[in-house]
Structure formats: structure tokens, C-alpha cells
Design a protein around this ligand. Structure first.
Ligand SMILES: *Cc1c(COP(=O)(O)O)cnc(C)c1O
Length: 415
């Protein structure tokens, strides 16, 4: 025993015992939403093996990718099989054929961006998380509550404080700027996950004006732009005047084209986004993001980029729209069922999500258990998205038609 103690003493210098870890991770809430859901569902299934459970909880698509995109994915694979067409590392921020296709897609919506403002990536989750690399610790960060948890957790990992803004029934889940407080960085997701609410042009203009007034930056998540059916609603922050000086946009093919497993997204960083450093040097966010990505990321595979470009072709987009329409019909079935029972729903029209208040003032986890055990339907408790979700519930339209109909029949019977 004495010898062991002696050995440890002589081999470890005092004060240098361990690597010092990023203790901000201790401040993260246990990521318990989807694991807790899985735990409760698995336990229920184990105890009730004869019951058919229908899942309308997780935000993942279920329909297969359209044939036009699939053909191009195959072409991408075949290109790798011969020396003449083989591809190794691709261009830093995506192949020109894809960046140009994205520029063209925006042009069709009357939004003008340049190809070197488009950064192709493996998805919007990585980009919304990684963008925090560009900002100092000391910023006032505004994040709506309830919210997609990635914005919150990535800022906590970097040790930043967060100022929450309430999204609730009083503002139809669309919080507006409070001109009496200053913010540096503002997260906006529209159409919103989890509430399904979408800002109109006037409302987004107010946010842009607020950002310009405060020399702040808007981080705009447009992952659900393709679900917008009301043509008066903006599908990009860049449809708003002045936004090129105050906004970055994140988008993804995950929900647009069923790429949740295939992985491709893009981020638009206008070259007009320039701020002054503490020493008076001009810094361009476009140049910084370019530097960040080329240092820490080596791009999306050629195969996936081939498939992604096909999403933006006329035929490819038409097939995506068919799938989206199918989900939107599911959304209508869900919303109609709830409305028929006197439950007022949010979302579901310009969004795949239906958000509603749990009946009888129930807590969202209690309602989750009730739906699971009495109707065998799995949804998502609003509490998992923030304190304002405590008494709300999210159902998704990403299931198949038959299950959606059956789930709603069971739910309406229960309510
Ligand atoms: C699904 C989703 C995304 C897409 O993330 P990917 O990493 O591209 O799959 C981005 N933002 C929100 C709010 C989402 O719900």
C-alpha cells in the first residue's frame, strides 16, 4: 500500500492531475425529452405487447425520397466508379452546380443572393450550433421559449447567458421585439418548431428594424419554409428589406426533401454583414464563416450534393411538393379532429406541426401518459421545448395516412 501511494506521488505533479473539462456542460439540462419519451413508450409496450402504439411524436419524415433525386444519387455513386469521373475532396463550400441551384431557387421566390454567400453543409443542426464559434462570450442572446433545443444548448456549451422571450397564446406564439431592451444575437425559427407559427412580412420587418437599430444579428432558421402555403408569408428572411445587413439564414433539405438521413443543408451569410472589432478592424461574417467551415469541415459528399441539386430541379421539386402535400393533409386531419373536440390548435397550416393546449389544464407530461395509456398514441410534451410549453402538446404530420387517421379516431374518442 505504501509503495503504491509513493509511486503516484512521484509520477503526478501536484495541480496537473487531469485535463480541465468544459464545465459549461454541467449547466446543460439532461437531454431527457426524446430519451424520456422512448423510455416511457418502451416500458408501455413491454407491459402491453398486444397494443398497437402509433407515433406522432418525433419530427422525422417517413415518405421515401422522390425518384428524380434518387436517380441523381445513383449517378453520383456511378461517377465514383471510374477514374475519369471520380471525385475526391470537393470545393470548400459546395459544388458550384448546387450553390447555383440554391441561388436560382431563391431567385424564383424573388430573393437575390450570390453563390459565394451560400455554404453547403451536412444540415441545419450543425450550422445553427457551429455558428456560435463566430461570437464572443459576452453577447446578449435572445431565444424564444418554447424553442428547438439546439439554439439553447449550443450557447450553454459555450458558457453564454440566454435571455428568453415568451412565445405564448397572448402573442399567438410569435413574440415581437421589445424596443426597450438591447440584444446582440436573436434566434428566429419561422415556420416554428414546435409551435407551427409563422411570421408575416410586417412582423419580420419589425425584427429586422429592431436588429438594425441595435446593430444586432438575426439567426433565422428556415428549415420549414417549404411548408408555407399562404403565399403572402415570407419564406426567407432575405425577402425583408434591410435583412442583408443583419441576418444569417439556415435551411435544410431534411424536411423539404426527406433528407433527414441523407444529410444536406445550407447557410446563407450575406457579404453585407460587417461589424467592427474592439480594435477597430472591420470583420466580415461571410469571411469568418468561410474560414470556420474550411478549417473544421470538409464538405458534403459528391453523391449527396448531386441528389441535393436534383431537389431544386423542376421535377425534383414537384416530387418534394407531393410529399409535403401528403403531410399537410395529415396535418389537416389532426387539426380537424382536435378542433371538432373544441381544442384550439396552432400551426398545421404552414407547418408540419400541430401545437395545442392540453385539455383540462393538464401538465404536458400527464397528457403524454394519458394519450399513451388510453389511446396508444405518442406525441411530444411541450415542456421539452421550454417553460412556456409546460401545458402544451405537439403532434406531427410526418406519420403515414392510415396511422394518422387511426390515431385521431382514438384521440377524439378519448377527449
Ligand atoms: C429539423 C430541423 C432542422 C433541420 O436539421 P438538419 O440538421 O438539417 O436535419 C433545423 N431546424 C429546426 C428547427 C428543425 O426542426
Amino acid at each position: 500500500m505504501m509503495i503504491i501511494v509513493f509511486l503516484i506521488r512521484t509520477t503526478i505533479k501536484e495541480g496537473y492531475i487531469m485535463p480541465k473539462l468544459n464545465e459549461n456542460y454541467l449547466n446543460l439540462k439532461e437531454s431527457y425529452l426524446f430519451s424520456e419519451i422512448a423510455h416511457r413508450v418502451n416500458k408501455y409496450i413491454a407491459d402491453n405487447p398486444d397494443k398497437k402504439v402509433i407515433r406522432l411524436g418525433i419530427g422525422d419524415v417517413t415518405l421515401p425520397i422522390g425518384s428524380t433525386v434518387i436517380e441523381q444519387l445513383h449517378e453520383g455513386v456511378d461517377a465514383l466508379a471510374s477514374a475519369e469521373t471520380f471525385k475526391g475532396y470537393g470545393p470548400d463550400h459546395g459544388y458550384a452546380f448546387l450553390r447555383d441551384a440554391i441561388v436560382d431557387y431563391y431567385r424564383q421566390n424573388n430573393v437575390s443572393i450570390a453563390a459565394d454567400e451560400v455554404f453547403v453543409s451536412d444540415g441545419a443542426k450543425s450550422d445553427t450550433g457551429n455558428i456560435t464559434d463566430l461570437f464572443d462570450q459576452d453577447n446578449i442572446i435572445l431565444i424564444p421559449d418554447p424553442v428547438y433545443p439546439v439554439y439553447v444548448d449550443t450557447n450553454i456549451m459555450n458558457g453564454r447567458n440566454i435571455t428568453y422571450i415568451n412565445a405564448d397564446e397572448t402573442n399567438h406564439f410569435l413574440p415581437m421585439p421589445d424596443h426597450s431592451i438591447h440584444a446582440d444575437i436573436i434566434y428566429i425559427c419561422s415556420p416554428n418548431n414546435p409551435t407551427g407559427a409563422a411570421y408575416n412580412k410586417e412582423q419580420l420587418k419589425e425584427w429586422v428594424d429592431y436588429a438594425l437599430e441595435n446593430e444586432a444579428l438575426i439567426l433565422f432558421d428556415a428549415a420549414y419554409e417549404c411548408f408555407i402555403t399562404d403565399t403572402s408569408l415570407p419564406r426567407s428572411i432575405f425577402a425583408i428589406e434591410g435583412s442583408r445587413k443583419c441576418a444569417i439564414e439556415f435551411c435544410s433539405l431534411s424536411k423539404t426533401a426527406g433528407f433527414t438521413g441523407t444529410r444536406c443543408g445550407y447557410t446563407i451569410v450575406p457579404k453585407d454583414l460587417k461589424f467592427t472589432s474592439s480594435t477597430g478592424v472591420e470583420m466580415s461574417l461571410n469571411a469568418m464563416w468561410s474560414r470556420r467551415q474550411s478549417t473544421k469541415f470538409n464538405g458534403v459528399s459528391y453523391i449527396v450534393q448531386k441528389g441535393a441539386a436534383a431537389v431544386f430541379s423542376e421535377k425534383g421539386m414537384a416530387q418534394c411538393r407531393e410529399n409535403i402535400k401528403y403531410y399537410q393533409e395529415n396535418a389537416k386531419i389532426i387539426a380537424d379532429g382536435l378542433t371538432q373536440k373544441g381544442i384550439h390548435c396552432f400551426g398545421g397550416v404552414n407547418s408540419p406541426y400541430i401545437w395545442f393546449k392540453c385539455p383540462n389544464d393538464m401538465d404536458s407530461w400527464d397528457f403524454f401518459d394519458e394519450l399513451l395509456t388510453k389511446a396508444q398514441v405518442v406525441g411530444t410534451p411541450g415542456a421539452g421545448f421550454g417553460k412556456n410549453g409546460q401545458k402544451f402538446f405537439r403532434l406531427t404530420s410526418f406519420g403515414n395516412r392510415e396511422n394518422t387517421i387511426e390515431a385521431m379516431a382514438r384521440i377524439t374518442k378519448l377527449l
